[in-house]
Design a protein around this ligand. Structure first.
Ligand SMILES: [Zn+2]
Length: 153
């Protein structure tokens, strides 16, 4: 006989719509607002300033939902996601771009790499990455409004 999976209904942490949570810790994607919940997003925001797997932090996502905006991580959340997860992606004008941390003994603790099919940029600190990472001379932080789907790899 197949074992039945125990389920309970809990409110979506963004909009309050009922979603199913099962005994393995999995949450249903919210049919109301589209939020996806992995684990403890309150703790993730406290420690890292992000959520998983949506990236945008819980409090920022609630604000976006209230304003009727789609969920999207800002540049700061993207950088914190990079520190948390080490490999990130986003799309810009039809191309996919990648940022990752490269561990190297000569550059403790790691280098920040930003790349796509056409180029690879390396930065030795988070601050330098924030200030200088660019696409054809346009700084990431300045074009973030046009960046789409910043996400974990
Ligand atoms: Zn929801």
């Amino acid at each position: 006989m197949k074992k039945e999976i125990k389920e309970e209904v809990v409110p979506c942490e963004i909009c309050g719509h009922p979603v199913i949570h099962n005994e393995y810790g999995l949450y249903q994607d919210c049919p109301q607002c589209g939020w996806r919940r992995g684990g403890d997003n309150v703790e993730l925001e406290r420690q890292w300033g992000v959520s998983y797997p949506m990236l945008v932090s819980l409090s920022h996502a609630r604000e976006q939902y209230r304003q009727g905006l789609p969920f999207k991580a800002d540049f700061d959340e993207f950088v914190r996601g990079l520190l948390f997860y080490s490999e990130m992606l986003f799309d810009y004008q039809g191309e996919t771009y990648e940022a990752y941390l490269y561990r190297d003994k000569e550059f403790e603790p790691y280098k920040f790499v930003f790349c796509c099919a056409e180029f690879l940029q390396e930065y030795v600190s988070e601050q330098e990455f924030r200030e200088k990472a660019n696409i054809q001379g346009k700084r990431l932080k300045d074009i973030w409004d046009q960046v789409q789907e910043p996400r974990y790899m």
